[in-house]
Unconditional design. Sequence first.
Length: 352
Amino acid sequence: MNETMKALVYYEPGKYGLTDVPVPVILKPTDVLAKVTLAAICTSDIHQVRGEVEGIPYPRIQGHEFCAEVVEAGAEVKNLKVGDRCMVLPGTFCGQCDMCRAGRFLFCRDGGIFGGFSLEGCHAEYIRIPQADQTMFPIPEGLTEEDVIMLPDMLATGWFGITNGGFTEGGTIAVIGVGPVGQCTCLLAKKAFGARQVIAVDTLQYRLDIAKEAGIADVLINPAQDKAVKKLMEATNGQGVDLVVETAGIKATFDLAVRAARYNGTISTVAVPAAPFEVNMPDIVFRNLTIKAGIQNGSGIRKMMKLIMTGKIDTRFMLTHRAPLNDIEKGYDVFGHQKDHCLKWLITPYER
């Protein structure tokens, strides 16, 4: 193995690029050194390199959505062996600290999110994975990296948005913002949670077209073309929906969520807003709405893996773009600016 590798490094707000860095090494006996076999770009990666996420130290290797193959395992790694192809959680955790005991695994005192405050990321040839036994899941026989790449973050975030919002089978749901997380939310609502009606809302028509083609939305609303609230109320007999899952984290989408929810309804936001914004508290109070928010903690992953294995849910229709690590800067541009109808940009290994 070479001593250096290629990686996408965030240097400072607005400055990032593919460069040579040292190959990571095992630091603790519970670590794994792994080769990244497939990765993806997340919207939070884009926010980070633009300097919209406060407190991220730099330089920092980006990325937290990936699959990897075990190259070397620490002496205390029990469940993994060299050669195992694995799906990897977006962050790692010890399971023992106060944050872990409180269920806030991604704020672990001895872990964190890959490419975030404390760990280097996966937009690289190799990565060190702490607490590997709890962080890596061997990919079941018969499945590929493409089958599971969306599971640890995008699907898990959609699952969190639905369950955190208290959704019950047979209810109605509107998903505001149907990028990758929103598409996963629509898919789960339709295929796993038994929603009676799924309404997809987005100003980018190609995203709505993708949801329609996949059969995961009953009603499509484009606020840039439609009177969004009027159309939603017509679709729900003037009632609004039981649950709104809001994915964009900006004032316009949150205001629309407030107006879309029925009386006594719930808004579940899974967004990580890039900036503060005002909310319409009078509407929230007088319509008795419940507001839920947070970051997913991996709940539902094993259940969703079974649904993938049986073919009940399939996210491959979202994987619109694919290129080697060599082209990752182009990927950040295309995905980050919603060019070329890009829904998800996959990163395959560096080609020498």
